[in-house]
Design a protein around this ligand. Structure first.
Ligand SMILES: [Zn+2]
Length: 425
């Protein structure tokens, strides 16, 4: 049993404690309160005093694709110029072009994924909602991913989709204590039939899911009007022209609704182009929504209607998406950016909630995202050059550069990143 003491402890579900303490035993939190009181109550606990710092939960990155973490290097290696303008479909084509030209192997993906885990931990993220399309390193993922791995299902080919279900069953059987889920990719990359099949499969197994929805105007135009760059460029580029015979003439959320996707264990992602009526539907269904503002900005996708989500009472989370559409995997950076991007519609308190409890709830991980008795001991220590006053704490946390203050990340009671050794473990 250990007693961690720190100048500030921020449990999230209650205000910051000054001279706080947290008792941890076998990877779980036993008590949180004043250090002096906990010393009296747990005299045999081994004390670890962090001194002048802020102890708070590891952040939740509710949406990323860690296997793409080396994408910037892959693009540079094949002399692919950066995407300076253009829309979402241009980005999608670039992503595929680079992966083909660079001949990304299974081992490259594995290395890239490991780099992503290390970068996440270094920036204080210890609960990750990762989308995985590669099948060659499930054992590594099962052992090393703090959070939930959603196995991606994409395409119009029933055999390929069936193989992913077999892969998911294999993971559930071999690593039953790891957290798995399914990620039907998006309504524009998977047929209505296979989408409905996905939700039947996951429903039988009580598996949570996540899906990209209404990320871009191109997606809405394709699904609703059956025209635009997805018809003219994306489908021909990937050899899917025969599937263009089926015209859906539905908006993205209607495709999901028809497939049975709108249920409380569904984590929707992006939701930039949902209208108020659709947001009310999302709220009624009890789905969560992960917003990825830096990725939306980089791909010129627009600004998600965050005030409407808040008004409707949708549970919100934050994600970085991948390094193919973002500059870092830091949720601290995402929070600082979101503060400006949403023009003050999200308060610092709301952002911190999204990056902790909101994200954990969105991923169905109810014992993470806060420091409370019974929760998993997954936390971080920040050691900024200057500590804020207690009542300025949350504003301080939403300022840029907090990533650099992360000095320790502990997952389930085990140190996974220690700045003094500069290593993710
Ligand atoms: Zn994504």
């Amino acid at each position: 049993m250990k007693l961690f003491c720190c100048r500030y402890i921020l449990p999230i579900q209650s205000p910051a404690l000054e001279q706080g303490g947290m008792v941890v035993d076998q990877g779980r939190i036993v008590a949180v309160g004043s250090a002096a009181e906990l010393r009296r109550r747990y005299p045999h606990a081994e004390e670890v005093n962090f001194g002048e710092g802020i102890l708070l939960p590891a952040l939740v990155n509710a949406h990323t694709h860690l296997e793409l973490s080396d994408f910037p290097q892959w693009a540079a290696a094949v002399d692919e110029p950066p995407l300076e303008q253009g829309g979402f479909t241009d980005w999608l084509l670039r992503l595929i072009r680079v992966k083909i030209a660079r001949r990304v192997s299974g081992d490259d993906s594995r290395q890239s994924w490991l780099h992503g885990v290390a970068q996440s931990l270094r920036s204080g993220s210890g609960v990750i909602g990762d989308i995985l399309s590669e099948s060659g390193f499930y054992a590594t993922v099962a052992e090393q991913l703090p959070g939930r791995c959603y196995i991606e299902v994409l395409g119009h080919d029933p055999i390929r989709v069936h193989n992913q279900w077999q892969n998911l069953d294999h993971c559930l059987e071999h690593w039953p204590t790891s957290q798995w889920g399914a990620a039907p990719h998006a309504p524009y990359t998977i047929s209505d039939d296979l989408l409905a099949q996905s939700y039947r499969y996951t429903s039988c197994r009580h598996l949570p899911t996540t899906i990209h929805v209404a990320e871009s105007a191109d997606e809405v135009e394709f699904l609703h009007q059956h025209r635009g760059p997805m018809v003219d460029q994306f489908y021909p580029f990937v050899g899917w022209t025969p599937f263009l015979d089926v015209q859906r003439h539905k908006r993205p959320l209607a495709c999901l609704e028809q497939a049975g996707a709108l249920r409380p264990d569904t984590l929707l992602v992006h939701g930039v182009h949902l209208n108020r009526e659709e947001i009310a539907t999302v709220a009624r269904a009890g789905c969560s929504m992960a917003l990825c503002p830096r990725s939306n900005a980089q791909l010129n996708c627009g600004v998600a209607p965050v005030a409407d989500y808040l008004a409707a009472g949708v549970n919100l989370a934050l994600g970085t998406d991948s390094l193919a559409s973002n500059d870092s995997l830091s949720i601290w950076d995402e929070m600082a950016f979101a503060r400006d991007w949403f023009n003050g519609d999200l308060s610092a308190d709301q952002l911190l909630y999204m990056a902790t409890l909101g994200g954990a709830k969105a991923m169905g991980l109810d014992d993470l995202g806060c420091l409370a008795p019974g929760c998993r001991a997954t936390f971080q220590l920040l050691e900024p050059e200057q500590l804020p006053e207690r009542d300025q704490m949350v504003e301080f946390l939403c300022q840029a550069e907090r990533s650099h203050d992360v000095s320790l990340v502990v997952i389930d009671g085990h140190i996974r990143y220690d700045q003094t050794t500069q290593e993710g473990r």
